[in-house]
Design a protein around this ligand. Structure first.
Ligand SMILES: NC(=O)c1ccc[n+]([C@@H]2O[C@H](COP(=O)([O-])OP(=O)(O)OC[C@H]3O[C@@H](n4cnc5c(N)ncnc54)[C@H](OP(=O)(O)O)[C@@H]3O)[C@@H](O)[C@H]2O)c1
Length: 236
């Protein structure tokens, strides 16, 4: 599959999964836009991309800030003329037993996982609908479908991303625009290896597997897939 001539926005593109996705889309010949909030992480990504860095454009934005998101999307459209694919990967994890987690931590979790997804979709979807085409993909987590103890606020924030995706997909029926949600189990990242030193990482999902699924969802073959919630669990 070639992505020559396409523009993909990847939120969380400086993250452990995101950077592999950014590289994969760039390897296929596409241009990739990465909104980032940490300039050092953006420079790290550029260095890690090597020659492919020329295909990646960074835009500073805290994605939990509506004004910043709208500015970044306007800048992306001004510079690149179009966005074809939007991959909403910004987010993160925290655990805590329900009775130990207060309102402030709930706010932080929703600001981490739900708000950036909502704000970026709101900013980009009008462009997709106007063009009559566009692929958006969000990211949930297995915990949202099969929650364990100590995961209430993380699971709830990711469940919100899943149902948000399903509802928007229904609203978009017939527009030529699709929005789907990928739902990974534990991914083989440096953070997870440090947090779970006794686990067997060969059973985990590889970031490359997530990238391959996202690539498929942006391919012509996936045109008919809308509102899907797609588990990607590795060998777990
Ligand atoms: N790793 C797993 O096992 C796993 C499993 C299921 C689902 N997921 C989901 O997959 C996604 C990627 O996970 P990961 O392991 O790659 O996490 P990660 O390494 O922590 O990357 C998260 C990325 O999101 C960015 N981000 C978060 N909030 C942002 C904001 N307000 N504005 C701008 N950027 C923001 C981070 O930027 P900074 O670098 O500036 O913080 C970082 O680039 C997350 O949504 C996560 O919940 C992960």
């Amino acid at each position: 599959m070639t992505l020559a001539g396409t523009v993909t926005m990847v939120t969380g593109g400086t993250g452990q999964v995101g950077r592999v996705v950014v590289r994969r889309f760039a390897e296929q010949g596409g241009r990739v836009i990465v909104p980032y909030r940490n300039p050092a992480k953006w420079e790290e990504l550029r260095a890690w991309m090597g020659a492919l860095a020329a295909q990646v454009d960074g835009l500073p934005a805290d994605l939990a800030d509506q004004t910043a998101v709208e500015r970044a999307v306007a800048q992306a459209l001004a510079r690149h003329g179009q966005i074809d694919h939007l991959l909403c990967l910004a987010g993160g994890f925290a655990s805590g037993r329900f009775l130990d987690v207060g309102a402030e931590q709930w706010d932080q979790m929703l600001a981490l996982n739900l708000l950036p997804t909502v704000l970026v979709l709101r900013a980009v979807l009008p462009h997709f609908v106007e063009r009559g085409r566009g692929r958006a993909v969000t990211i949930g987590a297995r915990q949202a479908l099969e929650p364990s103890a100590g995961a209430a606020f993380y699971a709830a924030s990711k469940a919100a991303v899943i149902v948000l995706t399903q509802s928007i997909a229904r609203e978009l029926r017939g527009t030529g625009v699709t929005v789907n949600c990928v739902v990974p189990s534990t991914i083989d990242t440096e953070t997870n290896r440090q947090m779970m030193p006794k686990a067997d990482p060969t059973k985990w999902v590889k970031p490359e597997d997530v990238a391959a699924l996202l690539l498929f969802l942006c391919s012509p073959e996936a045109e008919a897939i809308n509102g899907a919630v797609i588990p990607i669990y590795g060998k777990l």
